[in-house]
Ligand binder design. Structure first.
Ligand SMILES: Cc1cc2nc3c(=O)[nH]c(=O)nc-3n(C[C@H](O)[C@H](O)[C@H](O)COP(=O)(O)O)c2cc1C
Length: 437
């Protein structure tokens, strides 16, 4: 007689991580438009960017009447002139498009604060994940992130409190994302404790805390971690150097992991979630157009939009340099020749209070307009979206193991150092948060 494998029950409003290829939590790069982009290209689930418990506590939840997004907002606590202070959007989600697919990731070092913050978002998300892997002093000096790997009692108490006081009443899953410890014995001992807290999933980033993002992920502890999770009925998601859906599925098969999580490759081109059978990696122009459209729809803070645009456009491309000069969505759509988005771009510039910036047209915008007009006069340039992808190559991808697109030019481009961020570095909060309408 064969016995059924043990499985922690999946709560009614939660998600089963088994068989899923998911978008990793990424500060800056994991804001709402990026998550919607990943979902469009086939990500099964999305983790939001790490949000610190204290940043969430005290926020007000509201529904944006223009796009239906849920926004958790607050006034900055440190503003000198209260009258001029702009409300900040600490967290934004799309209840329709992210329904059943959103995991809120929290930075915390305190069970009470974790529960307080968790209760604020629990009804709007499908899971809450505790970041126990961020190696940066900002996180670790507050006892959060990778510091929790050294204080397992605290980490266990946070997870148990979240399971009991948030997961159970709201019927969502609680999970944790960790890194490898120095030895398999240490990792096993930690994982064995974590999987007994009532969590439904555990993500293992297959690097140790001191490892740099560019160092190859190490998978020699992975089978042991998967097996420790499975013995307790907890799903295990592998992370680290997974670069496409097809590769994720093959690695899941090879190591027995239930799911796979992609960060850097998705930051460079979210269509990595599309299997080769469905078209594979899309040309960067197509991805950028879709991204800008989503940013406008979500009323994304322009600075954040530009940040990711710089990751998506190949560094040697002329548009890359020109897009860096854009001061608002109207500028950006002019430079990128997204004529179809222009009315919406102008509207969102007004909403965000940045429309005035486009009146002083930057040199880059003038150049782009002049170039387009010259080319148009010669009958050479169409500004419609549909023509652009065919002329494009792929986006900038920073690891050499990432598969090349089937249907596009395959030459990888390098990025200037300024945009080549330390990929494991969440920005301090709430400074990376959105400035609201
Ligand atoms: C821009 C960026 C921001 C990140 N922010 C977070 C974060 O908020 N929380 C977290 O747990 N990990 C964060 N990470 C780490 C990733 O989630 C992931 O664990 C790591 O990049 C390894 O995956 P990869 O090899 O696919 O890049 C971030 C990574 C990047 C590139």
């Amino acid at each position: 007689m064969t016995s059924c494998p043990k499985r922690v029950p999946i709560p009614a409003n939660g998600v089963d991580y088994r068989g899923k290829v998911v978008l990793a939590p990424m500060v800056r790069s994991g804001e709402l438009p990026s998550r919607l982009l990943a979902l469009k290209y086939g990500a099964d689930l999305c983790w939001g960017p790490e949000t610190i418990d204290r940043a969430m506590i005290g926020t007000t939840r509201r529904v944006n009447p223009r796009n239906g997004c849920i926004e958790f907002t607050r006034m900055p606590s440190n503003s000198v002139n209260k009258d001029d202070a702009k409300e900040s959007v600490i967290y934004r989600l799309d209840p329709a498009r992210e329904k059943g697919k959103l995991i809120f990731q929290m930075g915390t070092a305190n069970p009470e604060l974790a529960v307080q913050a968790g209760k604020l978002v629990a009804a709007d998300v499908n899971g809450i994940d505790v970041n126990s892997g961020c190696p940066k002093p900002f996180s670790t000096s507050g006892g959060m992130g990778a510091a929790l790997l050294r204080t397992p009692d605290k980490l266990v108490s946070i997870l148990e409190a979240l399971v009991k006081e948030v997961g159970e009443p709201y019927q969502i899953g609680i999970s944790v994302k960790i890194r490898l410890l120095e030895t398999p014995e240490l990792t096993e001992s930690l994982v064995s404790r974590l999987v007994r807290t009532g969590i439904t999933g555990l993500t293992i980033h297959c690097r140790t805390t001191p490892m740099r993002p560019r160092e190859r992920a190490i998978r020699d502890q992975l089978r042991m971690i998967v097996s420790t999770c499975h013995n307790a009925g907890v799903a295990c998601i592998m992370n680290g150097d997974v670069t496409s859906r097809d590769e994720a599925l093959a690695l899941m098969q090879e190591y027995g992991a239930d799911g796979a999580m992609i960060a850097t490759a998705a930051e460079a081109n979210s269509s990595c979630f599309r299997s080769e059978a469905d078209g594979g990696l899309a040309p960067w122009r197509e991805v950028v157009h879709e991204y800008v459209k989503l940013c406008i729809e979500c009323e994304n803070r322009f600075g954040n939009t530009k940040y990711l645009i710089n990751m998506l456009i190949p560094g040697k491309d002329k548009e890359f340099r020109e897009a860096k000069q854009a001061k608002c969505y109207t500028d950006l759509c002019t430079i990128l020749q997204h004529d179809d988005l222009m009315p919406a771009a102008q509207e969102v510039d007004e909403i965000l209070g940045i429309a005035h910036k486009s009146t002083a047209r930057s040199k880059a915008v003038e150049n782009a307009i002049a170039n387009n007009d010259t080319a148009r006069a010669a009958g050479g340039v169409s500004r419609s979206k549909n023509t652009s992808p065919a002329t494009g190559g792929i986006g900038p991808i920073r690891t050499n193991s990432i598969p090349k697109p089937m249907k596009a030019e395959t030459k990888a481009e390098s990025k200037p150092a300024a945009t080549d961020v330390d990929v494991s570095t969440p920005a301090p909060q709430p400074s990376q948060n959105e400035v609201a309408v």
